[in-house]
Structures are given as structure tokens and as C-alpha cells.
Design a protein around this ligand. Structure first.
Ligand SMILES: [Zn+2]
Ligand SMILES: [Zn+2]
Length: 343
């Protein structure tokens, strides 16, 4: 599969990715390990080279990044190691110990990095696949009224597409995203949102499941993997709707579908970054009917067939206001019917 961001081969199907996963971050007998305290400056300004097997312990990779950022003046030698940024590994999944990183397996998110340094990091640190400059805001849509223009982080160098892997009884779900455009959600222990979907889908699975604010499609694709015959995913933000459709294709081996038809490519979607009325982005042909829309979830009931009585996951960003949440819930049940839960 061609990567939609860089055009190279950095995305692979779920099956291909999972085939190599058990050894992906494991060391060879020669790999060395040095644990560094991230809360302190790395005063020795040294780092080990990758092992002959091609992997390197994550702390050494981080030391390498830190040394370059100090040399370039993005950090001072008094800054703690953690000031370099957050390393997001690719693919991400729950690990019981820190990883040994192979080439191109880390996206660096950093508030301090500058453009020239980012190019050097991608060139000189083999594990780094992309560098993103963050800000003190959340990228993408953050308010349900869609009245603010979404802000995004800056991809400074390389490619920031990476995957997270979610364990399911039917097989691990592989969810790709472009990190600079999507808010970062670290999976909580035990994957409570996924568990909540499994519980609401039930056995035998419900007939229709709606993921109304789908993000990159994790919950909708969980329902699809559980065998729900009709799944609707929807998000107003183009990057979320695009990656939902893309992840449908990535995970197609788990689904009873013959074909995924994509109606809009990412370049088309960039022309309407936030959409109110639903635009269909993708749908499947086959035993399971899975649809992806870009639009405001308030108008989503218009494309849900009457009498579907869907089970709807409303994973809205702001869950802090219980009164507003209850109002949204009541409105949804009034227009779309069925049952609704906040995962
Ligand atoms: Zn790429
Ligand atoms: Zn090794």
C-alpha cells in the first residue's frame, strides 16, 4: 500500500504488519541497554550507535536526538532529556518493557524542535521516521459546534504516519493516523473504550452500529470486526474521515467484504477540512455494509435508514459537561432512535 502522505511504502496491511510484530521491538543477544533518567539533563552528551542487528534501545535513540538538538541550539545542555519531546513508536501497542527500535520506527513530537534540526534528525537518526512540531493546543476539531478553525501541528521532516494496534478477540486491529492532524490519545490500560463497544455490540451482534465522532475509526472498526452487518462511521474533520476510510481498507481481512469503494482522495478532502452536511467518503460491497462519512454528527441521522435503531457510540471530545452531554444524547435518540452510549 502506498502511504497517502509521503507516497512511500510506510503503510502495510494489518496482516503484513502483525506477521512481524512478535519480534519487532525485541533485542538480539548483542543489543546493549542503558537506562537514562528523562527528568535530568544528559550531561555526557553521548549515545551508542545501533547494534549490528539494526536495532537500538529507545533511551539511546533519545540521547542521540537530544545531542543533535543541543548541537543545533534547540535545547541547552541544562534541559532535561524529556525536553526533546515525546517519542511515539510505530507501531504502538501495550509493551511490558521499553522497546529496541528498528529503522523508521519513531515519530518525534517536540515543541522545541526547529525545521533545520528536524531534517537533520530524519537524516542522521535512522530510527526517526518523522518530526512534528507541537504547540500548546490540541490538533483537529475540539468543539462540537464546529465554529473554530481547527489548528494542526507542523510536520517538519519525514513522514508522521504511524499505527496503533488494539487487541481484539477476532484479531488485532491496526489503526493508522497522520500524527500532526489528529489529537493524541494514549490508550488507557485495559482499553476501556473498546471494551465498552464490545459490551454494547453484544452477541449476536446488533444490526446497526454508528460511530458518530469516529476519529480515525477505532470504535467503528471494532464493531465491524465483531460482525455488525451495518456500520456507519462519521467525523466532521477531513483527516479523521479520511483515516477511517483508509483503516477500513487496512483491516479488510477481518471483514466480510468484497471491496472498499473510496469516493474522495485526501487531496479532494483537504478542500473541505470541516464539513457540516454529510459527504460519503467510502463504502463497502459484500456481506457487511460499512460506510464512512465526513460531516457534523448532528446531521448524521439524515443518512441513517429509518427503522435501523442503531447502537451509537458518541465519543465526543469534551466530556466534562454532563448537562451538555445529556442534551446531545437526548437529541440524538430523538432523531436517530436506538440506543446511545458515551464510551
Ligand atoms: Zn509515509
Ligand atoms: Zn542487536
Amino acid at each position: 500500500m502506498k502511504c497517502p502522505v509521503c507516497g512511500m511504502d510506510c503503510v502495510r496491511s494489518a496482516k503484513e504488519l502483525l506477521a512481524t510484530l512478535s519480534t519487532f521491538f525485541q533485542p538480539c543477544p548483542e543489543c546493549s541497554i542503558r537506562t537514562l533518567d528523562k527528568s535530568r539533563p544528559h550531561t555526557r552528551l553521548d549515545y551508542a550507535a545501533p547494534c549490528s542487528c539494526g536495532k537500538r534501545f529507545i533511551d539511546e535513540v533519545f540521547a542521540h536526538i537530544y545531542v543533535i538538538m543541543v548541537e543545533e541550539g534547540d535545547l541547552s545542555p541544562e534541559d532535561p532529556l524529556i525536553a526533546a519531546g515525546s517519542p511515539l513508536v510505530h507501531p504502538g501497542f501495550a509493551m511490558d518493557r521499553p522497546p529496541f527500535l528498528p529503522q523508521n520506527s519513531l515519530v518525534l513530537l517536540s515543541a522545541r524542535v526547529t525545521r533545520g534540526t528536524a531534517s537533520r534528525l530524519v537524516r542522521d537518526v535512522p530510527e526517526v521516521r518523522g518530526v512534528v512540531r507541537t504547540g500548546d493546543f490540541v490538533p483537529g476539531i475540539v468543539t462540537p459546534d464546529l465554529n473554530t478553525v481547527p489548528r494542526i501541528y507542523d510536520l517538519l521532516a519525514g513522514c508522521d504516519v504511524r499505527a496503533d494496534i488494539f487487541p481484539l478477540a477476532t484479531g488485532p486491529l491496526v489503526i493508522y493516523k497522520q500524527q500532526s492532524l489528529i489529537h493524541i490519545e494514549f490508550p488507557r490500560a485495559g482499553y476501556p473504550k473498546i471494551r465498552s463497544v464490545i459490551q454494547h455490540v453484544g452477541t449476536p451482534p446488533v444490526r446497526c452500529f454508528v460511530d458518530a465522532c469516529s476519529g480515525v475509526g477505532t470504535l467503528g472498526l471494532t464493531a465491524a470486526s465483531l460482525g455488525v452487518p451495518h456500520v456507519i462511521m462519521n467525523d466532521a474533520w477531513y483527516a479523521s474521515a479520511f483515516w477511517s476510510a483508509f483503516n477500513l481498507e487496512v483491516n479488510r481481512e477481518y471483514l466480510r467484504i468484497n471491496q472498499v469503494r473510496i469516493f474522495e482522495q485526501i487531496e479532494d478532502m483537504q478542500k473541505h477540512p470541516v464539513n457540516r452536511e454529510q459527504i460519503k467518503i467510502a463504502e463497502t460491497e459484500g456481506e457487511q455494509f460499512i460506510e464512512v462519512y465526513q460531516g457534523d454528527f448532528h446531521s448524521l441521522p439524515a443518512v441513517i435508514p429509518p427503522g435501523s435503531a442503531p447502537v451509537t457510540a458518541l465519543d465526543i471530545f469534551d466530556k466534562k459537561n454532563p448537562i451538555a452531554l445529556q442534551k446531545i444524547r437526548q437529541e440524538w435518540i430523538g432523531t436517530a432512535g436506538g440506543d446511545v452510549f458515551i464510551p
